[in-house]
Unconditional design. Structure first.
Length: 325
């Protein structure tokens, strides 16, 4: 082999090594304090990623910063609601939903001060809610269930993590929040009551894994393995023989006792593979399908000027990997 050929061979070998190191890099997933996402901790602690042959680095965030990091291309994927996936995409950080983790089944609540017994009693009252976010949509559905609209109440824009303090202050008659904030509000105000919850509007809030289009294209097989690990974790959590161990793992991640954390998990409906496929493939125009729910949320967010134009929803949803499992 002459010198030129030797140099070319060395360069090719270096290029292949470089490419191999890129491919070997772990997939990075941002997750935050919601039971359907804390469940990823079970996959990590039980070694399910290793069992399916994929390296994953889970990165813990507060929720909004996790979306910011994803939009800044610091993560391959992030855990978001289907509605917030549209918000992030509309501002330049598009994610493709490849997995439906769960739907909120009671953790999101309209919590009212003492003396308010039903949603209809909110007429003319001040309600603390983070305007334009999913809690606002939940409130609209609650009001509709009682024959009311936003015009019948006064909305006060309150960050979700501040809702317990605001309800306790007496400045509003009710708040809308998700766990742990909704539970904190109930504890902070003696005699307060949950008037309406996401259990009354199943599918209004789907929690998903959104992957950058670039990572999905380059590492499709690896993302399929991630989904396999996820369903191993779901099975582990749902199996009565291992539920307590799973709850202990999840509780430790958020620094709570297992008995404190278990009710949060009960308010989150983790979907089995078959259930997720049904929701993913349904053509229904209501909350029973991912597309139907996302379309409703998209319309809500345009109406509330969260972003200007309706999003092209098909660009945000790719359930082909899920369907291959």
């Amino acid at each position: 082999m002459n010198v030129t050929l030797k140099k070319m061979a060395l360069l090719c070998s270096a290029a292949l090594l470089s490419l191999g190191s890129v491919i070997a890099e772990p997939l990075t997933i941002g997750y935050s304090d919601w039971p359907g996402w804390v469940a990823w901790e079970v996959a990590k602690e039980k070694g399910f990623f290793e069992k399916v042959g994929v390296e994953v680095e889970l990165k813990w965030f507060e929720y909004v910063p996790s979306m910011d990091a994803f939009a800044a291309k610091q993560l391959d994927a992030v855990c978001m609601t289907n509605g917030d996936t549209l918000v992030t995409g509309a501002t330049g950080g598009r994610g493709v939903m490849i997995l439906i983790n769960d739907y909120s089944n009671g953790n999101d609540m309209v919590v009212a001060a003492p003396g308010i017994e039903k949603v209809a009693d909110l007429k003319g009252k001040k309600i603390g809610v983070e305007i334009g976010f999913v809690s606002h949509l939940l409130l609209n559905n609650a009001l509709k269930s009682a024959g009311l609209t936003e015009k019948d109440v006064e909305l006060v824009n309150v960050p979700t993590d501040q809702t317990p303090q605001v309800l306790a202050s007496g400045d509003v008659s009710a708040i809308v929040a998700w766990q742990p904030n909704s539970g904190q509000a109930l504890k902070a105000v003696a005699g307060s009551k949950a008037l309406y919850s996401s259990a009354d509007a199943k599918g209004l809030i789907y929690d998903v894994l959104a992957v950058s289009p670039e990572s999905l294209k380059a590492r499709r097989d690896d993302w399929k393995k991630v989904l396999q690990a996820w369903y191993m974790a779901v099975d582990f959590i749902k199996d009565p023989k291992t539920t307590d161990e799973a709850v202990a793992i999840m509780a430790a991640r958020v620094e709570l006792k297992a008995e404190e954390y278990k009710p949060f998990l009960e308010g989150t409906y983790l979907l089995s593979l078959d259930e997720a496929k049904e929701i993913a493939n349904s053509k229904a125009e209501d909350f029973s399908s991912l597309m139907g729910s996302t379309k409703i949320v998209d319309q809500f967010q345009v109406e509330n000027k969260v972003y200007d134009k309706a999003q092209k929803l098909k660009k945000y949803i790719d359930m082909s990997l899920l369907n291959e499992l």
